[in-house]
Ligand binder design. Structure first.
Ligand code: SF4
Length: 456
């Protein structure tokens, strides 16, 4: 689920005058900018800031798919905005439809984590190139999404994907890691309950052809109303889909107990904050989270300036609605972190704005029953210590969270919410533990429930 999509308004995407998609919302158009692997050059960040000031409201959202979107695009300025973004190299390489299919999640520290199993950056570029070069892949739903995981410690592995690939250690005697893959969900995680298991494994150089075979298989088997892999699995079981895909592959899929028993080591999302060493000596990355997923153009320009001066001119948007500045000289990383903190971004897991997310709410979305952004701002001022992963949502679409949050406040009326605790045995946000709470009552309930987790 993207941080904003057509469901914010119930309206379909507007006619697109260029190669990027703009959807209507209560506060104006929303222009999505898909970033390859979350990566953004500093000059592109400046171009986005300029375009947002000139043609939109200046509000920039970082999405939970590690993309950006500009809010408040002014009517009549759509083509000029898209032209400015395309001039900065922000758009698909193919035709208009190719933008929709560029949905590939990788770690924001891909290629830089010294403990990762595999550098996925080249493979990710090859997959994005494949998605944009084969015209029939444009028939995939804009929501059809894949994950490529190199085993980094900082990785979003809780977002369900239509197809996921995860690096797994090489078997004894083998030279290279393998990639396990599975459908319609998340990889099985060490120490966490899971009903999923990897279906098969392949060598790294077999990933791209396997992606191609699986996508062709999906498009061949799916009916017009089956847009996601989970839909196809209601008609065909995974075995049939694999058998079909295997016909298009010149190598066997590896399927044995070592694959089905494999579990990914747990990721460490706290590594999105602060400074951390990279694999190359004397370099670190600096990470932070944008308050409620939004920044203004001045902040984006300053991040670009820091990146230009200290981070090799690159920024990486993270699926936690934050940024990573890579390749910083470790000696100056504390100064870089201080500059980022001075911009108001959350730089530690204790920061209230590291613990609360919210959807666009009623100022931006006609479906919302409350101003979730303003209410989240209020909640952050009275949030009890030790309570984290709180999601305020204006409706059950859950645009701000692709994962199931520990705590969900579901709007019932302006300023009034029902509180849910995550319960993986139940659908949706989990178990409802309190009704019709004001924000202050919600803060009290969270403090009480966090102290006594089984006492509702
Ligand atoms: S109310 Fe929030 S969650 Fe619901 S569609 Fe709108 S932005 Fe998305």
């Amino acid at each position: 689920m993207h941080a904003a999509h057509a469901s914010e308004t119930g309206m379909r995407p507007s006619a697109c005058p260029g190669l990027l998609r703009i959807v209507a919302a209560r506060d104006g158009g929303i222009c999505r900018i898909k970033l390859p692997g979350g990566a953004l050059r500093a000059d592109q960040a400046n171009a986005i800031a300029d375009a947002s000031d000139e043609y939109a409201s200046g509000v920039i959202e970082l999405t939970n798919r590690a993309n950006l979107q500009l809010r408040g695009v002014r009517a009549g300025h759509e083509a000029a905005l898209i032209g400015a973004l395309l001039s900065a190299g922000l758009g698909p390489t193919g035709d208009a439809a190719a933008d929709d299919v560029r949905n590939l999640m990788i770690s924001p520290t891909a290629g830089r984590d010294p403990l990762a199993l595999f550098d996925t950056t080249t493979l990710a570029a090859d997959i994005l190139s494949l998605l944009q070069s084969e015209p029939h892949f444009a028939a995939l739903s804009p929501k059809f999404a894949m994950m490529l995981d190199g085993g980094e410690r900082l990785a979003m592995v809780e977002h369900p994907h239509d197809v996921w690939f995860c690096a797994m250690p090489a078997v004894q005697g083998a030279k290279h890691v393998r990639f396990a893959f599975g459908f319609a969900g998340c990889p099985p995680i060490d120490g966490a309950p899971s009903d999923s298991a990897a279906l098969a494994a392949i060598a790294p150089d077999q990933v791209v052809p396997t992606v191609a075979a699986l996508l062709r298989t999906f498009l061949e088997l799916a009916t017009p109303d089956q847009s996601r892999m989970r839909d196809l699995l209601t008609t065909y079981d995974a075995e049939i889909i694999l058998t079909h895909a295997q016909r298009n592959l010149g190598f066997p899929l590896q399927r044995d107990a070592s694959v089905t028993a494999w579990r990914r080591p747990a990721a460490d999302p706290s590594l999105r904050f602060g400074m951390h060493a990279q694999m190359h000596a004397h370099t670190s990355y600096v990470g932070a989270q944008a308050s409620l997923g939004r920044i203004d153009t001045a902040t984006l320009r300053e991040l670009a300036a820091i990146s230009h001066a200290c981070a090799g001119g690159m920024l990486h948007v993270t699926p936690w609605q934050g940024i990573v500045l890579p390749d910083v000289d470790t000696a100056i990383a504390p100064d870089v972190l201080a500059r980022v903190a001075a911009l108001g971004l959350a730089c530690s897991a204790d920061d209230p704005f590291a613990r609360v997310i919210a959807c666009a709410g009623s100022t931006g979305c006609a479906k919302s029953l409350a101003d979730t952004k303003a209410d989240a701002q209020r909640l952050a001022t009275c949030l009890p210590d030790g309570v984290a992963d709180i999601h305020l949502t204006g409706c059950l679409r859950s645009c701000a969270a692709a994962h199931r949050a520990a705590w969900t406040l579901l709007a019932q009326a302006p300023g009034i919410y029902d509180l849910y605790r995550r319960d993986d045995t139940q659908p949706g946000p989990g178990a409802c533990v309190a009704h019709h709470l004001t924000i202050e009552q919600a803060a009290d309930a969270l403090a009480r429930l966090a102290r006594s987790p089984i006492d509702a």
